[in-house]
Ligand binder design. Structure first.
Ligand SMILES: C[S@@+](CC[C@H](N)C(=O)[O-])C[C@H]1O[C@@H](n2cnc3c(N)ncnc32)[C@H](O)[C@@H]1O
Length: 249
């Protein structure tokens, strides 16, 4: 399960995941208008950009570098950027633990839709924030969007069935509160071919205080916190998201 993030976003599973991402059109518009308002114009790193869901529309307002590990999702981003006639977007394939950029390259970094906490060790996850801080210029802005474990605890569902046009999916979840990790298993049935795929994944969950502490250790000072991209204030019990806007000191 250790490197699930390499399997999950490539090949058959990657194609499935793209259908999940493509159902987020409405939320994407809300996210992009939030980012346009909160980010100063300047070179922006979309850290773990996936298929360019955010990078492509955002690059209409400021130059964007989209970085991701998945060759499949980056190719999708490239094709979609070409179709959209986008000029201000540069795509880079790299692992988030080792960013191929010099110190203080970016005015802004964004990490959207729980793209943090993927590694088994605390050091590796903390190292990701260290890398982000390294490539951000002093005074630059980092926006991190994670799910809120406070909400998860109160609304926990051990399993769900989801049916879409092409797929039927069973999602099973368990949370180890002691190690603060959520383990999930997806069983995906392709309705056309009846083929079954399965993937298990496991990531670290963080509450607001812990995230603020992690950021502070890497010179990222929290300046605003929201519970949604609609700018609702954060409520530990009710908010689905933890959105932190931080500034490099
Ligand atoms: C939940 S998706 C979010 C994608 C995008 N931020 C969005 O909001 O649509 C997580 C992304 O992280 C990427 N990813 C996973 N592990 C990675 C790694 N080690 N280095 C860089 N990207 C990685 C995946 O390929 C995927 O595109």
């Amino acid at each position: 399960m250790g490197d699930w993030y390499k399997r999950m976003f490539e090949g058959k599973l990657g194609r499935y995941w793209l259908t999940v991402s493509d159902r987020r059109k409405e939320v994407t518009e809300i996210q992009v208008s939030f980012l346009k308002e909160k980010l100063p114009k300047g070179l922006t790193l979309d850290h773990c950009c996936g298929p360019g869901r955010i990078s492509i529309p955002l690059s209409g307002y400021m130059p964007v570098v989209g970085l991701d590990l998945s060759g499949f999702l980056l190719q999708t981003a490239k094709n979609r950027a070409k179709e959209a006639g986008v000029e201000n977007l540069f795509l880079v394939r790299a692992d988030m633990r080792f960013l191929p950029f010099r110190e203080e390259t970016f005015e802004n970094v964004i990490n959207v839709w729980t793209s943090f906490g993927y590694f088994p060790s605390e050091e590796e996850n903390e190292g990701v924030i260290k890398e982000i801080s390294r490539v951000l210029r002093s005074g630059g802005t980092f926006i991190l969007d994670m799910f809120n474990p406070g909400w998860l605890l109160r609304n926990f569902r051990e399993r769900d069935w989801m049916e879409e046009e092409e797929y039927l999916t069973l999602e099973q979840r368990s949370v180890e509160w002691r190690s603060k990790r959520m383990k999930s298993r997806w069983i995906i049935i392709d309705k056309c071919s009846s083929e079954i795929s399965e993937v298990s994944f496991d990531h670290r969950i963080y509450d607001l205080q812990e995230l603020k502490g992690l950021l502070a250790k890497k010179n990222l000072e929290t300046v605003e916190v929201y519970g949604s991209f609609r700018k609702e204030s954060f409520d530990e019990a009710k908010s689905g998201r933890i959105i932190i806007i931080s500034r490099k000191t």
